[in-house]
Design a protein around this ligand. Structure first.
Ligand code: PLP
Length: 450
């Protein structure tokens, strides 16, 4: 590896960073992370901090998970790659499929379709949803509904159901037939309603209204995150997702749960759908399926949907979709080891306990600093602070101020993520109570520095 002077000099010079302006990356070079242990990352200057971002919502078991590393190394030695396109399979992916079927049985999901990541998983679910209706002779059901503020990755399908202009405008026109309803976001919503239960009912009424307007028989699926993540951690009221399920079922619309963040324990339940007592028709997973150590994902498919495909005798259910890396044996081996370790450590318990501690601590910070307009969380280890320059008016904070909070917090011991006016936290699920305290103290230092 080149020395640190070389690396700093060339930082962002010959690469473009995702979700960043190239000129900004050159003017403000990104932090160069060179190693990690447990829940801590170390940068090129040897500065070590608690990673309150958890990689990118994916390193649930921390950076030192030996069984996953060993499984990847062993699989690379034994069979580093083979395709799962028609005609071939591999041992690791067969075993993984049985394990996932067991793990997701309470969610009613019994088949897996493999991908290389979250955006691929969303694309897969959207495409299979349309095909499902075509097999059933309802090919006019092509539209998709979703939530404003929702994040579903960056492929054209996912970007089209995305509910944030930052990921849309520069890439328009997007897919036709995608329509959005208001998110159950109590801090800001078009109904001016701050009561979560009432807001959930208003959003459900908006969904009914949109379905009536579009015509139920033109809609393929509704896609939502059980707890909205990248949009600023927006947990809906407990009645919301069950309400969506009931409406979708009544209108013959498939429900896609985008659990790229929430599957495998982050909410304090094994899946976000289970957290709300809902069984979706498709579930998109990725990220923590391999603890972030290998790019991999799985779309889980409900038994009823699987039956429609598998009982087709017309040829309409032939799947014209898939990726070179679908069912990659190294990814499958990583996922197998990761699932075993995730269950052995029973991470949901710690995610719930540490999530409560973090959420309570953030609320204490909000009592101390007026700049914190809203604190969101309370469902496992996903929390956000929404910053405002005027609390009464809810004026969004400027980029420079929130950048200062992040920078000072980093120097004080914690990496947090900034997204628009939000500071987002999604640490590894193996975090200790002391680690939570370090994050809270670092943020306190960040706010005190303003
Ligand atoms: C809910 C959700 N869906 C999809 C994606 C896209 O995943 P990827 O970045 O792996 O393509 C993300 C990424 O954060 C996500 O949070």
């Amino acid at each position: 590896m080149k020395d640190s002077n070389f690396l700093k000099e060339h930082n962002a010079r010959s690469m473009w960073h995702p979700m960043a302006h190239p000129a900004d990356s050159l003017a403000n070079p990104p932090t160069i992370v060179t190693s990690a242990q447990g829940v801590r990352i170390t940068d090129i200057d040897g500065h070590e901090v608690v990673d309150a971002v958890g990689g990118l919502w994916n390193v649930n078991l921390g950076f030192s998970c030996a069984p996953i590393k060993a499984a990847i190394a062993a699989q690379l030695d034994r069979l580093p790659y083979y395709s799962t396109f028609r005609g071939t399979s591999n041992d690791a992916v067969i075993e993984l499929s049985e394990e996932l079927r067991r793990f997701f049985a309470p969610d009613g999901l019994t088949r897996a379709f493999y991908t290389s990541g979250g955006s691929d998983s969303v694309e897969t679910a959207l495409r299979l949803a349309r095909q499902y209706h075509k097999i059933k002779g309802q090919g006019q059901r092509t539209k998709f509904l979703s939530l404003k503020k929702g994040y579903h990755g960056t492929h054209f399908g996912g970007a089209s159901v995305n509910g944030n202009a930052n990921f849309r405008t520069a890439y328009e026109p997007l897919l036709a037939g995608c329509h959005h309803i208001p998110a159950p976001y109590t801090y800001r919503n078009p109904f001016n309603e701050s009561d979560p239960a009432k807001l959930a009912q208003l959003c459900l009424a908006a969904l009914e209204d949109e379905i009536a307007f579009q015509g139920a028989n033109t809609i393929a699926a509704f896609i939502m995150e059980p707890v909205l993540g990248a949009g600023g951690v927006i947990p809906p009221h407990e009645t919301f997702m069950p309400g969506v399920r009931e409406i979708c079922t009544r209108h013959g619309i498939l429900l896609i749960a985008d659990e790229v963040i929430t599957a495998f324990g982050r909410t304090g339940s094994w899946s976000g759908s289970r957290h709300w007592g809902v069984q979706p028709d498709f579930m998109c997973t990725a990220k923590a399926i391999t603890n972030g150590y290998f790019p991999f994902g799985a779309v889980m498919i409900a038994e009823e949907v699987a039956q429609v495909f598998e009982s087709d005798r017309t040829g309409a259910a032939a799947i014209g979709h898939g990726y070179t890396y679908s069912g990659h044996p190294v990814g499958a081996a990583a996922a197998l080891a990761c699932l075993a370790e995730t269950e052995r450590l029973n991470v949901t318990e710690n995610a719930a306990a540490r999530g409560t501690q973090l959420y309570d601590g953030l609320q204490a910070l909000a009592a101390k600093y007026d700049i914190i307009g809203d604190v969101r969380g309370g469902h496992g280890l996903m929390c956000a602070l929404e910053l405002v320059s005027d609390r009464a008016r809810k004026t969004p904070i400027d980029k420079k101020t929130i950048g200062t909070v992040q920078e000072v917090a980093y120097r004080a011991g914690a990496m947090v993520r900034v997204s628009g006016p939000n500071i987002i936290m999604s640490p590894p699920l193996i975090l200790t109570a002391e680690d939570v305290q370090i994050i809270l103290s670092a943020l306190d230092a960040g706010f005190a520095a303003l």
